[in-house]
Design a protein around this ligand. Sequence first.
Ligand code: AMP
Ligand code: MG
Length: 415
Amino acid sequence: MEEAEKLSCQLPDVGVLNLGSGQGQHENTNQSETKIALRVDEEGNEDSAPATEELSTSKYSHPVYRELSILNGKINKLNVAQLKSHLRERNLDTSGKKLVLQKRLKSHVCQQKLKESGKEDETASHRNLYYDYYLVIDFEATCDEHQNPTTYRHEIIEFPAQLVSTKKGQIINHFHSYVRPLINPRLTNFCTNLTGITQDKVNFAPTFPEVLKQFEAWLEDRGLTSSETKMTVLTDGPWDMGRFLYQQCSISGVPYPSWGKQWINIRKSFCNFHKTKKMCLKDMLNHLGMRFQGQPHSGLDDSKNIARVAIRLLKDGANLRINEKINIRKDGSYNPRERVVNNITRHNFEGIKRKKRLVANNTNSNSSPDESNLENVSDSDCDDSKNEESEPLWPDTQDVKEFPDLVNANVMKEI
Ligand code: AMP
Ligand code: MG
């Protein structure tokens, strides 16, 4: 299904009622006229409404869903100026292309109508809110100028996480700790200048295994590890989980945590939704008419800003689902380039489906239900594979030989 057709409310559109404003309507839409246009005609339009039988047997049998589907149909017929006018009336953002404006308005109208009808609890399932929470993580790691690629053994030095409630559309809690590196205990000037993290901050910080324990206790205390809670990690790009966390777990000799095995790469979701080329965090914010708040490359500030982008996409009705995962094999074989599904094309999508069937046949209960979400990832995901090829996620095979501990630790300790 085209992204444009995936309505933020997931309701059937039922064609058009008489809008009272033809297609050729003047750009300066009269406000009262547009208000009327978004009120459902009490009599409805028998021709365009879905068959009563169809609605009464569906999960949308409450009259509010009929009203919403009619409104969706109307919104589909609005031109850009009319959409902006409606958004303005509701104090909503008016930036973005037509499809984004449509989704934003539908998403808002959907929430409002369900709330008015006392069906607030159902807003989540009708707004594509598959997850209750996003855990936005943005690690900072030891680094040096010119040492970023391939062979450099990054250690995490800042571990921040923002807990976003999808229903509330806001950050509701956060975790934060600096981490003391052991391989390169002295931070380079480059690293301090980049991240704002001083030597003192890491000198007095706990080591990674301790921080990981604290973090997991924090998750547990909030019921986030419960199987009933739908939570997923959300990051800006593939590096946080696919590189920093993996490397750090290997260096520290701790198992790679199950909560980090799959995640939403917000850049992919963003470019899929906005039909843009790959963007950095600052570009995404700019594109949304927002500004970076705080200091770039501070993990805490980065994670807050990533959360702001995610919340905004969510409010605009974007379908934020897992789009990357790390795959650590149990048989000892190791091809670092296969770890992350970087870019899902129709070709590898078929491969994923085949693998899923194999996993299911092997009755591996670890196959997360979230993998089924991959079916929702279209091959129109922006292609950032080129970019990642120039900055490989992992050392190539030759480099791997130089770091046997890094390779073995995770293979042996795979959960
Ligand atoms: P970021 O989330 O963009 O702040 O980056 C996370 C980590 O990637 C940083 O803590 C550094 O370890 C590394 N990094 C980011 N940008 C650079 C850069 N220009 N040169 C070297 N390392 C970098
Ligand atoms: Mg950062």
